[in-house]
Design a protein around this ligand. Structure first.
Ligand code: GDP
Length: 489
């Protein structure tokens, strides 16, 4: 079955410039090598150094992944010692046998867009620190995404011995990095302490509202003691990748990996996130039925966070923007009744929203009036789920299918603050027009295709300094849609 899936006449770089590893079973994850049939070739070429790093990382995931000998050795560290062993080893509760592999376990949460951006950031950190990435699969990950690494699994095994321990960790746990720094259990080079940590695992709590101590994660002096910890647990719903550039040793490596800094999510996202076959079915059926035939596809992602303004008002703002920026043609109120001719250009507007009001209005607008340009406009919205239902498999599959469909657009209009939109723009490699920015009646063209890190640290690794993080590096700037946020440009 392996080779006959792709039509013969497709000029195929199905490995996306070497980004994807060859050798996966194609049938088990059709999207991995078929995406090339649906998505335009990216003008952004991954650096040879990134490709080399990815291949090395795949080997690491395979060598140290679940159920390997090295993994079995590493999980022994997580089992508390009995009293006798404790006495024998003069140790504080856990075995301290050195392990060859170290791990980064991610517990993603929030909506799908948030989970995707935090996963990408965690993967980047794992790449930089040579850690094996394992993801808590109960967040629906296995239903939505194919395995990204060959011959192994990135899902935390069901029988993982410290599963419940890891899940019960929070910002106040003694194993949380912030608590450890505060209590001087781990040294940060400033407070001068350190006997070494008492536990084989440390929680990195990277969530909005995290403490100043937790934010020290983004400092070089704190990265050093973390290297010795075999198990790091990340709880995050944030795109924290931009702040990794603040750590000088990472910055150097990151510049080699991503000479074009705004492509971090673009490359890593296309490397990691391949829809499973059921989701790929949703995507390809939608695409073939409604999107393929149009000359141009415009994605309108409408995500409304505060319900104070009416949908009609919102739509007004969004349309004004799309018309002004010429993504959509205006309608002619007194033009000829029929302006169509067989040669007219066609555009399809793909709308994604929890609500169907926008779709109805845009469709009626283009049904009831001709366009001033003579273009034929069709409008499609795959679903309107009403409310967010994170955790329900079919709902999540639809959400993922819609993000992916948006990412096949030729132009995108997204909504302020939305990670759902960030993922679409990043996968597409497009700078969107961002709408619904509070107190701003207009939309704004994005500076880059990168997601925004909504709650970055207040920059300042040395005691008592706090610097505006948006002016430290020329390519880490404040976001268009969140003034304290940071993004790569
Ligand atoms: P954000 O809240 O906009 O940053 O995006 P998230 O993806 O993190 O969370 C929003 C969640 O609401 C999604 O994961 C979906 O479950 C749901 N949702 C929001 N907008 C849409 C949409 O346009 N289509 C679908 N199918 N679901 C949506």
């Amino acid at each position: 079955t392996k080779d006959n899936i792709l039509p013969k006449d497709v000029p195929r770089d199905k490995l996306l410039g070497g980004l994807l590893a060859a050798g996966f079973d194609e049938g088990s994850c059709l999207s991995r090598y078929q995406s090339v049939l649906y998505r335009k070739e990216s003008p952004h070429i991954p650096s040879p150094y990134l490709l080399e790093k990815l291949r090395k990382h795949e080997a690491l995931q395979k060598r140290c992944g679940p159920n390997t000998e090295l993994y079995n050795k590493a999980i022994k560290q997580l089992k508390p010692l009995g009293k006798r062993e404790k006495r024998k080893q003069f140790k504080l509760g856990y075995s301290n046998e050195p392990t060859e592999c170290s791990y980064l376990t991610l517990i993603p949460f929030s909506g799908l867009g948030n989970r995707i951006v935090s996963l990408t950031s965690a993967f980047l950190y794992a790449l930089l620190t040579n850690r094996v990435l394992l993801v808590d699969g109960d967040a629906g990950i296995g239903d939505l995404f194919c395995e990204p690494f060959p011959d192994t699994s990135w899902l935390l095994p069901q029988d993982f011995p410290a599963r419940n321990q890891f899940r019960s960790l929070g910002r106040n746990s003694p194993e949380c990095l912030g608590s450890m720094l505060k209590n001087k259990v781990i040294g940060n080079g400033i407070n001068g302490s350190s006997n070494g940590p008492l536990s084989p695992y440390v929680l990195l709590y990277l969530v909005n509202g995290y403490s100043d101590f937790d934010q020290l994660f983004f400092c070089e002096d704190v990265q050093r003691p973390l290297q010795k910890i075999p198990w790091l647990v990340v709880t995050s719903n944030q795109y924290f990748a931009p702040a990794l550039f603040f750590i000088p040793t990472f910055e150097e490596e990151l510049s080699r990996l991503f000479p074009e800094r705004e492509t971090v999510f673009h490359h890593l996202g296309r490397y990691l996130f391949h829809p499973t076959n059921p989701v790929w079915g949703l995507i390809t059926r939608s695409y073939e039925s409604y999107l393929a035939k149009a000359d141009e596809r415009v994605g309108l992602q409408i995500r409304v966070f505060n319900g104070r303004t009416s949908p009609v008002e919102y739509l007004d703002r969004i349309l004004k923007c799309a018309l002004k920026e010429k993504l959509l043609p205006n309608i002619s109120l007194n033009g000829p009744a029929a302006s169509t001719s067989t040669g007219a250009r066609s555009k399809v507007v793909l709308i994604t929203s929890l609500d169907s009001t926008y779709f109805e209005k845009v469709r009626s607008m283009y049904w009831e009036h001709p366009t001033v340009t003579g273009e034929i406009i069709s409008v499609y919205q795959p679903s309107h789920e009403g409310v967010e239902q994170t955790g329900k498999t079919m709902h999540e599959m639809r959400a993922w299918a819609e993000i992916y469909l948006l990412s096949l657009s030729d132009a995108l209009v997204t909504s302020t603050w939305s990670t759902f939109g960030y993922v679409a723009q990043g996968l597409a490699g497009l700078k969107p027009l961002i709408t619904l920015i509070p107190d701003n009646p207009d939309c704004r063209g994005a500076m880059s295709m990168e997601p925004c890190f909504h709650f970055p640290p207040f920059y300042g690794c040395k005691a008592n300094t706090s610097v505006d993080a948006g002016v430290v590096l020329p390519y880490v700037r404040h976001c268009e849609d969140m003034k304290n946020g940071l993004k790569l440009v």
